[in-house]
Design a protein around this ligand. Sequence first.
Ligand code: FAD
Ligand code: SF4
Length: 516
Amino acid sequence: MAVKKRTIRTIPQERTPAREQDAVERVKNFREVNCGYTQENALREAERCMYCPEQPCVAGCPVNIDIPGFIQKISEKNFRGAYDTITDTNLLPAICGRVCPQETQCEQVCTVGDGKLEPVAIGRLERWVGDMAIAENWTNIPYIEPNGLRVGIVGSGPAGMACAADMAKAGCEVTVFEAFHEPGGVLKYGIPDFRLPNEVIDAEIDNLVRLGIRFECNTLVGRLFTIEQMVEEMGFHAVFIGTGAGYPSFMGINGESLNGVLSANELLTRCNLMRGRDFPDFDTPIQPGKRVAVIGAGNTAMDAMRVSLRLGAEKVYCIYRRTLAEAPARIEEIHHAEEEGIEFHWLTSPVEILDDGNKGVRGMRCIKMELGEPDDSGRRRPVPIEGSEFEFEADMIVYAIGTNANPIIGQTSRLKLNKWGYIETNEGLAASIAGVFAGGDIVTGAATVIEAMGAGRRAAQSMKAWLGLRDTEVVYRDPPDGPVDRPFGFDPSEHDFALVRIPAHSAATTTGGAPA
Ligand SMILES: Cc1cc2nc3c(=O)[nH]c(=O)nc-3n(C[C@H](O)[C@H](O)[C@H](O)COP(=O)(O)OP(=O)(O)OC[C@H]3O[C@@H](n4cnc5c(N)ncnc54)[C@H](O)[C@@H]3O)c2cc1C
Ligand code: SF4
């Protein structure tokens, strides 16, 4: 269909707002805050895309979704076509449309947002298409010819899921091992329902099951069996590790061992995955605080604060040693938290957690900060102001100051790790054991859902090359320093594995990481 040329003057000038649950009501429930677009809203917002030839939004998306392509299909009312276009590159549109930081990715570089106007609401449109696909039960299951190769995936977060999907589509028999009792990674245990409902995650995971992927939950790899056993004894021709970075950090100040001090990941897991919020319908209660202080100002901190409110806290404080300008959380999340009555204490750092005399928390001693010269991260360094210490009351302290690599795989395998405990890989995400790949937060440290998905897909591409499957690219361009495994008896950095084709072979004929 011929498309009438749109210009910055002819498109609707105002960005179409999304409906939201009222702040006073929503703090009493776990229902979704952002209610998304109606069809009318989506058609109007789609009119704002100018289909610019340079398409900066596509380059701004970590998985390069054809953004103008899917928006054009919305405009043409070809909604199924819009879904097909998105799922060419992103298998979780209803999830990414909700939680991706579009304001710093595709929307940040959207031409419409260059001047006075707000950028096209790409994320809201993506979510609308993803939700329609769930409502209509659309899937994109290709014809898959089994190739006899077995792939093991460790961790069922976005990185593991993305890798699993691509390998299943290539004809491999894929098994995903997950330590928790449900798949989904942080999407399931960390991000609360009011931002990302469980039904949405389950619906998107169903699509993976329809691809033939098997999920083995309650399976802690490294304890039940090791990575080496997977490639040497269990018959997996290749393995992907996407175990994330969920190991919480603490500050090491006095009082951290008191009852009532916990990490945001623990609070969120107990509430979301263990369904503590639904006690007594679920027999896993959670002890909510009345006055809760959350340390940190990232997405995890915002989630922990807003969950605490919904669990019944009377007062929730955000304690952050820098200012709003440096806060890592999405601006939309900070805005929602403010609307819900969270009290923000910027330029404030904890010094000690105070004992109530009964091994519980009675409050916190903090010190005021000011910003000094920029540090290694480029942000201005917070410096304590002498004599500015003060105390305030709290009965629960939640740490949301960052996380580290989940350590078990590193402790139980001979994989090469960097000094922070993250898995070392080359550019193609191959790890130091032949046939083993890794990606997502366990390689980069805490990042985003879409970046983890992108890594899972990149690793899948390398894995396909390793296995001699089609759609390959040169993989081993940048091997890690030091000794590397020598699959097929030669140094992978000197050869283009894409050219190596191996016949389909069964698990029984395979020994070691390299297909025999
Ligand atoms: C509370 C919170 C809110 C967030 N909000 C956002 C947001 O709004 N937008 C955004 O883009 N990003 C957000 N993030 C970051 C994002 O969720 C992560 O970057 C992303 O989930 C990383 O994906 P992953 O697949 O690498 O790991 P994860 O999602 O962490 O998944 C790893 C999985 O591996 C499993 N596992 C670990 N060890 C083992 C083992 N030994 N054996 C078997 N299984 C194992 C874990 O149980 C987990 O299920 C948030 C993170 C948190 C914690
Ligand atoms: S940059 Fe914005 S206006 Fe241009 S194609 Fe992308 S979404 Fe449309």
